[in-house]
Write a protein that binds this ligand. Structure first.
Ligand SMILES: [Zn+2]
Length: 176
């Protein structure tokens, strides 16, 4: 069960970080309007098996900006951390106790993408995995990815797509 929780926390945060339509899959901003946002957020919430609550689109955009800044500049960016704390203050969580299981933090009135993402960030930070979230080094891509390498040395979201492109560019500049 913990492994599955990790996977969903990471996948949810990556979906959120990349929801602006980054990289080679550039396209729609999933937060462009209320309908697009609902089509984006509801499957991410339903995956938890809980019922969905109301999400604020302006606050979700703020959360995305804030998380992108934290991932890009590291977790010591004090402005981005202050913004994250401000967003977190507006959430209301309670413990839900179930038989034969640990207690989960749940939200009043159903789960929201913002509430889930905040708990995902807390979980990854607690587990020392937050710094594995990175932004692809290819400036034409900038997709967020999770570095699974032991030494945390992965530079591109996909070596095949962006690593090769960078190699080609380096080769070109050397031979120019
Ligand atoms: Zn990339």
């Amino acid at each position: 069960m913990p492994t599955q929780q990790h996977a969903s926390a990471i996948n949810r945060l990556l979906a959120l970080l990349n929801s602006g339509g980054v990289g080679f899959e550039r396209g729609v901003d999933r937060m462009e309007n209320a309908e697009r946002f609902d089509a984006f957020r509801l499957p991410l919430i339903m995956g938890t098996g809980e019922k969905a609550g109301e999400d604020s689109l302006p606050l979700a955009r703020q959360l995305r900006d804030c998380l992108l800044r934290l991932v890009q500049h590291g977790e010591d960016d004090p402005d981005a951390l202050a913004m994250l704390n401000q967003l977190s203050k507006q959430q209301s969580f309670h413990y839900f106790f179930a038989e034969a299981s640990d207690a989960d933090l749940r939200e009043q009135g159903g789960e929201t993408l913002i509430g889930l993402a905040l708990r995902d960030v807390a979980q990854l930070r607690r587990e020392g995995k937050w710094n594995r979230l990175k932004i692809c080094a290819n400036p034409d891509c900038k997709a967020a990815y999770f570095d699974t390498t032991r030494a945390r040395t992965q530079r591109w979201h996909s070596y095949a797509v962006c690593g090769n492109k960078a190699n080609v560019a380096a080769f070109r500049s050397r031979t120019a």
